[in-house]
Design a protein around this ligand. Structure first.
Ligand SMILES: [Zn+2]
Length: 151
């Protein structure tokens, strides 16, 4: 069976919320791509409701791209405790944590969610800005660290 990096992570010892560099891949031309684990909630203790994770997906897609150059993709984790981000080049997890913190403050302050029509979204009826903002506040109160194994 193929090895999957995130399956090797001990989810019982991490301390969310955190930003974790899950890996850096480099091709033969020297181009680098990084994968980040943006963990908002403590695994196996809480999970984002689908409407909240969906609205956060729409907001992070735009706001995080405003903060970080080279983002390829930001996708929700199936466990609904956070997101994965794929990005060109090498970044410092501290900078990613700072960008995510800034973006969650923008989430709390916005009254607009982009692309929430049947034309633009695959499940436009399943959004909750209220829930996204309440969870953003919970994450901001806890503080986003750059060390998932901090004690
Ligand atoms: Zn959508």
């Amino acid at each position: 069976m193929a090895k999957v990096e995130s399956f090797e992570l001990d989810h019982t010892i991490v301390k969310a919320p955190y930003v974790r560099l899950a890996g850096t891949e480099r091709n033969e031309k020297g181009s680098a791509i990084q994968k980040y684990d943006l963990r908002l909630l403590q695994p196996n203790e809480d999970a984002l409701p689908t409407a909240a994770v969906h609205t956060l997906e729409h907001l992070l897609a735009t706001y995080l791209r405003d903060e970080l150059n080279g983002i390829i993709d930001i996708s929700p984790m199936g466990c609904r405790t956070g997101f994965y981000m794929i990005i060109w080049d090498e970044h410092d997890p501290k900078d990613v944590a700072a960008a995510l913190t800034k973006v969650l403050h923008k989430v709390v302050e916005t009254d607009f969610v982009p692309a929430v029509s049947a034309l633009e979204c695959g499940n436009y009826k399943d959004h909750s800005l209220f829930s996204a903002q309440e969870y953003a506040k919970i994450v901001l109160r806890a503080g986003i660290g750059d060390d998932p194994f901090r004690t």
